[in-house]
Design a protein around this ligand. Sequence first.
Ligand code: APR
Length: 229
Amino acid sequence: MAKIVILTGAGISAESGIRTFRAEDGLWEEHRIEDVATPEGFAADPGLVHHFYNARRAAAAAAEPNAAHRALADLESDGRHAVLVVTQNVDDLHERGGSQNIIHMHGTLNGALCAACDHRWPAPAVMHRTDLCPACRAPATRPDIVWFSEMPYQMDEIWTALRAADLFVSIGTSGNVYPAAGFVQDAVRAGVPTLELNLDPSSGSRWFDEARHGPATEIVPAWVREMLA
Ligand code: APR
């Protein structure tokens, strides 16, 4: 059974109506990364950070998985390939699209995390800076999102799967944020074939054996059809 590791980024959810980060109208044009996506930003103004992620959570809840999310679920459920989706996205559109084997390396909007004791619990729709941790009662509730300067989740598991893969596919990511941006080079070093599916060439495009460019809802289902033919 061929083992396929698929890295996804904001581009796969763009056609579901979720804003990407680095487009001209992207989230980082309107917000400073330092203010809303770092531990220092949270310490300085937790209310602002909660406001930002409450809006992201509401947008994700209002969105529906698209044909690209569903195609990856079809590839997995078909059973001929062992599929692992490693997503940088904090929305739950892969889950709702039917994928089961998913790693949220940058965390999830559906999670709450206590900055004081590391306890985790399901996030309410709206989080406030005065929310208490249900375990230690500290008013240190934060979204369970991996911020800049923090270590992404399940990295050992990801690198192990990457090195053992028969194919690495990168979908809808600009290739600007490490360690995910380096997965293609890790795959190349391990002798794993690589494929990029993205609207435009990513920063690491030249590393891929093959790159196909277009909207995810077209090029991902087309690739999955080939895999299942
Ligand atoms: N189909 C396919 N690709 C698309 C589409 C689409 N419809 N729309 C946009 N893209 C591509 C863009 O061309 C771009 O290369 O998706 C990519 C999105 O890039 P970013 O906005 O940089 O998002 P991402 O790569 O996921 O960002 C990585 O940065 O800020 C952090 O933690 C955040 O997880 C995020 C990380």
